[in-house]
Structures are given as C-alpha cells and as structure tokens.
Write a protein that binds this ligand. Sequence first.
Ligand SMILES: CC(=O)N[C@H]1[C@@H](OP(=O)(O)OP(=O)(O)OC[C@H]2O[C@@H](n3ccc(=O)[nH]c3=O)[C@H](O)[C@@H]2O)O[C@H](CO)[C@@H](O)[C@@H]1O[C@H](C)C(=O)N[C@@H](C)C(=O)N[C@H](CCC(=O)O)C(=O)O
Ligand SMILES: Nc1ncnc2c1ncn2[C@@H]1O[C@H](COP(=O)(O)OP(=O)(O)OP(=O)(O)O)[C@@H](O)[C@H]1O
Ligand SMILES: N[C@H](CCC[C@H](N)C(=O)O)C(=O)O
Length: 499
Amino acid sequence: MDRRLKRGLEDLKNAGLLTDIGGDWNKIPADCTLKSDSRTVGPGDIFACVVGLHADGHRFIEQVLKAGVSYLLIQRPVSGLPIPWIQVTDVRAAMGYVAAALNEEPSEKMKMFAVTGTQGKSTTSYMVRSILQNCGVKCGLLGTIVYDDGSKSVLADRTTPEGSEIQQFLKNMVDNGCQACSMECSSHGIAQGRLSGCLYDGAVFTNLTPEHLDFHGTMENYYEAKAALFRKYLKPGAAVAPNAASEHGRRLAAEFPQAMTWALEAPARLQGANVKLDIDGSEFDLIFDGRKMGRVHIPLSGRHNVENALGAAAVCLAEGCDEKKVVAGLALMPQVPGRMERLNLDNGVRVVIDYAHTADSLKALLETLRPLTEGRLVSLFGHGGDRFAGHRSLLGRAAAQKADRIFVTMDNPRTEDPLKIAEQIVAGIEEVRADGCWSIELPRDAAICKALDWCRRGDLLVLSGKGPEPYLEINGVKYPYSDRAVVEKWAEERGVTIR
Ligand SMILES: CC(=O)N[C@H]1[C@@H](OP(=O)(O)OP(=O)(O)OC[C@H]2O[C@@H](n3ccc(=O)[nH]c3=O)[C@H](O)[C@@H]2O)O[C@H](CO)[C@@H](O)[C@@H]1O[C@H](C)C(=O)N[C@@H](C)C(=O)N[C@H](CCC(=O)O)C(=O)O
Ligand SMILES: Nc1ncnc2c1ncn2[C@@H]1O[C@H](COP(=O)(O)OP(=O)(O)OP(=O)(O)O)[C@@H](O)[C@H]1O
Ligand SMILES: N[C@H](CCC[C@H](N)C(=O)O)C(=O)O
C-alpha cells in the first residue's frame, strides 16, 4: 500500500466513509491527481465518480478509462473494473481525504484560517490575510473572489471549491512558501463535505440570516451546516471567533468555552467603540477585555465592515498575533474587489459597486450610504435566478425604505425569466411606496447607463448584487460583463472622467 494512501484510508475509515477497496494501490505516481470532472482527466489520474443533482459520475467511467485514468473512487459497486478502485459511501465527501493524503496533508503544514457566515466571508478573509501579511506571514487565499496560491491569483468560480481542488491549491500554497491560508467556507461546501482533509487553526463566524434555504430547507439546518465547520474541522485548541451580537454566534460561543467572542454592539471580549464612518473608510477604537488596544482605520465604509474587522482581529489575536500588528494590518488591507468599491465621476456623481445580494446586506449598504449622500440615493439591482426567491420582495422593501429612486434590472437570471424576478422585487417596493419611485430596465448595462444619465451632481448611485463578477449568466451561458466596465464605458462616451 502506498505510504500516502495509507493515511487517506485511515481518514476515510475514521469518517465512516470507506466501504471496500480493490486492485493494486502500491505504486501511485508522485504527480497523480484526483479529479471529478470527466472532461478534464488525463493519463494516470484518479477519477472520482461524484453523484450530483444533475449527473452521476459513474456514467463517465467508460469515457475516463479511454482517457487513460489509472484509478477510480466509486460510490456503488461496478463490476469488471480493469483498474484499482476504492468504494466509499459518499464520493464527494471522500475526495478531500484522498487528495489531502496524496498531497501530503498540506493543511497540517500551514496555519489555516476559516471564515463562515451568511455575509462578510470574503471581506473578513481579506482582512485576516492583511493582518497575517503584516505579521510577516505569507498567506494564500481561497474564496468567492479569487484563489491565490501565493504565486498566482485566478478568478474563483465558487466560494469553496470541491475537496480535490482545495487540496491541490493548499499543496501549491505550501510549495510556494505560504505559511498560512485564509479561506472562506460556504455552507454548501461544508454540507457537501468539500472541506474533508482540511484542519483549521482558527475560524470566524460572522452572522446567519435567511439565505440558501432552497438548499438547506430550514434555518436550523443552515446553522448546523455552519456549526459543522467548528465541530469537525478544527485542530485541537484552535481559535474560535464568533460574533456575540448574533444569536447563532452566541450558540457557538456556548459550545466552545475557548471562544474569543467579538461584537460591535453586544458584550464580548473584543469590541468596537466610537465608530466613525466616511465614504472612503471607517475608524473605531478596538477594545480588548475592556482595554483600548488602539484606533483602527480600514479603507472600507460601513458598520458591517467594522464587524468584519473585529472578526478578523479576534481570530488573529487568539492565534497569538501581536496587537499593534493587528491594528496596522487592518489599515493596510487592499480594496476588496466589488465590496463598497467607489468611483467618483467629475460630473459630481458618485458610484458605489457592492456585492450585497441579500435584503439584509442591501439594507446595511443603503443605511451606510444614506447619511453620506448629498443629493439623491439611487439604488440599482436585480436578483439571481435559481436562488432563494424569498429575498426578492425583501430586497424591494429594503431599497424602497432607503433610496430615492430604484432601477430594477437583472442579476444572473440563470434559468429563470428575469422579468418575473424583477416583478417580484417590485412587489416588495410597492408594499412600502406608492410614489412610482421605480422602473424596470432588464439589460443591466442599459439600466446602468439610464441611471447614470438620470443622476445629477451630488447623487450617489449604488450598483449592487454583482460586485466584481465578470459575467452575466443566462440559461447556462456566462456572457462577459462587468458593472465597473459599463460605468467606465459610459464615462468615456460622455467625456466624463473617473477619479
Ligand atoms: C448545489 C451545488 O453545490 N452544486 C454543485 C455540484 O452540482 P451537482 O452536485 O449537481 O453536480 P452535477 O452537475 O450533477 O455533476 C456531478 C458530477 O459529475 C461530473 N460530470 C458532469 C458532467 C460531465 O460531462 N462529466 C462529469 O464528470 C461533475 O464534475 C460532478 O463531479 O457540483 C458541481 C461540480 O462541482 C458544481 O458545479 C455545482 O455548483 C453549482 C454551479 C453552484 O451553483 N453551486 C453553488 C450553489 C455553490 O456551491 N455556492 C457556494 C456559495 C454560496 C454562498 O454564497 O454562500 C459555493 O461554495 O460556491
Ligand atoms: N458583516 C456583514 N454583515 C452584513 N452584511 C455584510 C457584512 N459584510 C459584508 N456584507 C454585505 O455583503 C456583501 C458581500 O460581502 P462579502 O463578500 O464579504 O460576504 P460573503 O459572505 O463572502 O458573500 P458571498 O459568500 O455571497 O460571496 C457586501 O458587499 C456587503 O454588502
Ligand atoms: N455566491 C452567491 C452569490 C451570488 C450573487 C448574485 N450575483 C447571483 O448570481 O445570484 C451564490 O452563488 O448564491
């Protein structure tokens, strides 16, 4: 038995996943890679037959054998297999353990930080990385925006990739000299076992509000998925940093006595006070066990971003980072793409691009921007198709309560009719306002141009929902698209300069 695979099999056994094994697993090549997409496999690979919602990986066995695959990970008995195989009860959840073993357990060679919660994962994981880098620690990043292995950064296609991909990224981080990894963990990723093979030194819980109920069914299931990160994937003595202002954060804190709680407006070990918000950023006093540690400046506006900074500071302090370096590290963080991203036009109009795609985050965003707006606050958004439809009327309500004018448009309609989605948003607007403050313009680029033409000096236009996404997904096709590029093109055509 190959030395590396021995460990993988032990982990599969301990996780209750291993059913059976067949064939010769003695001489696995050093560069053998585990893949779960038949369209990407090549000679020498292990193919994992994932049983998904749309396809059953076992159907592709003949195809991958022709492609030269050397090993298989299967979930149901397949007779007459000509190559070695391992049978497990859940291939998707098993992939991470096997890939971790083949990659020599990369998560044991770095300080691993996880961030979970409905909102704030990307921002908080950028903040964690910024603090660690200021402590002289080279840090990789995995999340919704990019996968950065310490050498190159590629655009992410999911928040938490499949277990096989995670382990490959972690291995690359180790090879590239990273001493840490800051990683977002989505509830889908945790529930589907994509984290198998990862063990974390610290984990942050930001908040839990209704989202992804199409997948989890109930809020309790959704909470359980998040809580599993803390119950199953922490190294002994790991730092646990829950938001004590959240009911679910308090539940986690009660379960983990070592918790380094944090909160903006609730009792906690780490707190923020004297918050000052500006369009270009925020500042606040960082209070640790009742003592002022320092005044923190972050280049991101919004109380929710102050909360994210508290979460990042809490996990880093609990992991032993120097207090002054934590404070300075937060100030050094870069603009998180598409999170409160500002574009100042020289016609006196300001534009903010933000990834708010839930009613709570749109409300928080508009609440932050309202007092910072001289003229009218203009809100432009849609909602993603094949996602939790319960958000739609609530998004409409949130905008109607805070904005002066609303342009309803499309997000990624996927397989839904974008007009029907827009009408569900409008239903929410009309529950609150009857003054005709809205219009529907479905093509998102046309809607943005219309809104920019409508705005005048002092107005603030908020483009929300897509943040930095470089595409519009319609019926399974991703068309190149970017909110920022549309504003830039409009400005160029109108002779307006962006500062
Ligand atoms: C609900 C969910 O997580 N779906 C993911 C899941 O789909 P699935 O289980 O239905 O897979 P499937 O399409 O039936 O395919 C089964 C297997 O057959 C393989 N296959 C398929 C076709 C083929 O020709 N050959 C082949 O080998 C596939 O690679 C896969 O391994 O596995 C697919 C392959 O990895 C993913 O693309 C797909 O993500 C879809 C695109 C998705 O939208 N996921 C979202 C909901 C998601 O995971 N989001 C969270 C973040 C949410 C948040 O904001 O918090 C995330 O972590 O990104
Ligand atoms: N702590 C927070 N509380 C509420 N809303 C937040 C918080 N942090 C960020 N937001 C809002 O949510 C949007 C997405 O933020 P971010 O990308 O950091 O969260 P996320 O959890 O990574 O989201 P996703 O998994 O969907 O990518 C932001 O653009 C902002 O509008
Ligand atoms: N990562 C999240 C956010 C999507 C944001 C929005 N732009 C959409 O496409 O629905 C998801 O996949 O549910």
